[in-house]
Design a protein around this ligand. Structure first.
Ligand SMILES: [Zn+2]
Length: 431
C-alpha cells in the first residue's frame, strides 16, 4: 500500500518514455519505475559488466547446484550452500523452521522493500541421476537445470554484481530462497505469514524468460478416499462397495460443468491422476482413493467447482454405504479474474519488469507481455494482496521431466534483469 503513493511520479516517467518514442509505452499508460537512464548509471553498468565477465563462474555454480538433489522437503544441502555464499557476501542470512533462507541487503533509506525469491526445491526424487550434460548448441541438460536451479545462481550472482559495483538502493532488498514451492508454495506461504508487512513488492524468479505474471492460478489437489468393511468376492453381493463408490463418483464429477474451452478464464480438472485400491482379485477393497487436480484463476469458481466435486463424492459414498473423506494434498488459492486484477496490473511493479525485459531485448508475446495468472511463489503474494509478479530465469524447456534443458546464455540475461529490476524497484541512490 505504501508504494501506491509513489505511483504518480512513475506515471510521469511512463509518459516521458512514451514521448521518447518507446513503442509499447506509447500504447500502455501503465506507470513504470524503469528508465534507460538507470541502466546508463556508471554503477549499474559496472554491475552488468560484472555479470558479463563472471558468467562462466555463474554457469559453474548453476551446474554444481543442479547436481545437488533438491526434492521438495530435502533442500537442506542446497540451503547450506546458499547460506555460505550469503555469508561470503557480507550478509547475515537467516533461516526458519521450514528451511527457507534469506538475507537482507540494507538500502540507504526512504525506498520500498523488495523481496526477490527463488525456490530451491525440484520435483525430482532424491535418487534421480542429476549429472549435467552440456551440448554444443549452448544448452545444459539435467533434471532441475531449468526449474528452478538457474534462479538460485541468478540471485547469488546478482548480489555479487551489486556488491562489486557498490550499487546502492534506497529501499532494502531481501533475497529469499524458498523451500517446498513445488508442493503448494509451502515455504513462501510460511515466510509471508511470519513476516507480515515486511515487503512492499515481491518478485518470484521462476519460469521461462518472457512474459511477466501478475496473477495466481488457483490449484487444489485433493485425495478422495472411500473406506468400508470390504468383503470376499463370495460375500460381496450388495455389500458396501468402495470401488463402485469411486467409479460412480468419477463418472459424476465429469458432469460438473466447466466454462467453455474458449472462455477467457478457463477452468480445468483432472480426476484420477493417481488411483489406489485393493491388492487382491477376490475382495472388495477396504480403501480406494483417487486424486483430483482442479485449477482456475477465478477465486469464486474454484470453490464452487470444488464443492460440486466433493458433493458428487459424498453422494456416491452414501449410495454405496461407504465412508468418504477428502484429504488435501495442496491448496494454492486463486488470485482472481483478470478484471479483478486491474489494480495489480497498474502497479508499477508490472510495467517496470516489462520495460526491463524490453531494454534487454527479451522477446515478449505481443499483447501478452503481462499475464493475469501464474503458478509460482508469487501466487502467495497475489493472494495476500502484496504487489507480486514472477519473472523468468532463463530460456529452456521440458520442466518437471528428466529431459529438462536450459539455454546457457539466457541465464546471463536473467541475472541482468534482476540487477536492473532491483535498482529500479528499490530506487537508485542519487549520485
Ligand atoms: Zn519453479
Amino acid at each position: 500500500m505504501r508504494a501506491m503513493s509513489r505511483m504518480l511520479p512513475f506515471a510521469l516517467i511512463g509518459l516521458l518514455a512514451a514521448a521518447a518514442g518507446h513503442p509499447a509505452a506509447a500504447q500502455a499508460p501503465y506507470p513504470t519505475k524503469f528508465s534507460p537512464a538507470i541502466a546508463a548509471r556508471a554503477d549499474v553498468k559496472q554491475a552488468l559488466a560484472y555479470l558479463e565477465t563472471h558468467f562462466d563462474s555463474q554457469v559453474s555454480e548453476w551446474i554444481m547446484l543442479t547436481e545437488i538433489p533438491g526434492t521438495s522437503g530435502h533442500e537442506q544441502k542446497r540451503a547450506d550452500y546458499v547460506k555460505g555464499e550469503l555469508v561470503k557476501l557480507g550478509l547475515a542470512p537467516e533461516t526458519d523452521t521450514m528451511g527457507n533462507v534469506w538475507a537482507r541487503r540494507a538500502g540507504t533509506g526512504g525506498g520500498p522493500t523488495v523481496v526477490f525469491a527463488a525456490h530451491m526445491d525440484t520435483v525430482h526424487p532424491l535418487d534421480t541421476p542429476l549429472k549435467v550434460r552440456r551440448e554444443d548448441n549452448g544448452t545444459l541438460h539435467a533434471p532441475g537445470i531449468f526449474d528452478n536451479t538457474a534462479s538460485i545462481s541468478n540471485q547469488l550472482q546478482t548480489l555479487r554484481a551489486m556488491r562489486d559495483a557498490r550499487l546502492e538502493t534506497k529501499g532494502d532488498l531481501i533475497f529469499l530462497f524458498t523451500v517446498q514451492e513445488e508442493v503448494g508454495l509451502k515455504g513462501m506461504y510460511h515466510w509471508l505469514e511470519k513476516h507480515p508487512g515486511v515487503t512492499d513488492m515481491l518478485v518470484a524468479v521462476d519460469g521461462g524468460l518472457g512474459a511477466v505474471s501478475y496473477g495466481a492460478l488457483g490449484i487444489y489437489w485433493s485425495r478422495m478416499k472411500f473406506s468400508g468393511e470390504g468383503a470376499h468376492t463370495l460375500n460381496s453381493r450388495d455389500q458396501p462397495n468402495t470401488v463402485r463408490a469411486a467409479a460412480q463418483c468419477i463418472t459424476n464429477i465429469y458432469t460438473v460443468p466447466l466454462p467453455p474451452a474458449d472462455d477467457p478464464v478457463p477452468a480445468i480438472y483432472n480426476v484420477g491422476g493417481m488411483l489406489t485400491g485393493g491388492n487382491v482379485v477376490n475382495a472388495i477393497p477396504q480403501e480406494v482413493t483417487f486424486t483430483v487436480d482442479l485449477r482456475t484463476v477465478d477465486a469464486e469458481l474454484i470453490q464452487t467447482l470444488d464443492a460440486a466435486i466433493v458433493s458428487k463424492c459424498e453422494a456416491a459414498a452414501k449410495a454405496q454405504k461407504v465412508t468418504f473423506t477428502r484429504e488435501w494434498i495442496q491448496k494454492s488459492e486463486a488470485g482472481g479474474r483478470p478484471e479483478q486484477l486491474t489494480a495489480q496490473r497498474a502497479h508499477p511493479l508490472v510495467q517496470t519488469a516489462i520495460d526491463v525485459l524490453r531494454f534487454l531485448d527479451v522477446p515478449l508475446p505481443a499483447g501478452r507481455e503481462a499475464i493475469p495468472t501464474g503458478s509460482t511463489d508469487a501466487n502467495a503474494g497475489v493472494v495476500a494482496k502484496i504487489p507480486a509478479i514472477s519473472v523468468g530465469r532463463s530460456r529452456g524447456g521440458a520442466g518437471h521431466t528428466l529431459q529438462e534443458w536450459a539455454h546457457i546464455d539466457s541465464a546471463k540475461t536473467g541475472s541482468q534483469q534482476l540487477v536492473l529490476l532491483a535498482v529500479a524497484l528499490a530506487e537508485p541512490v542519487a549520485r
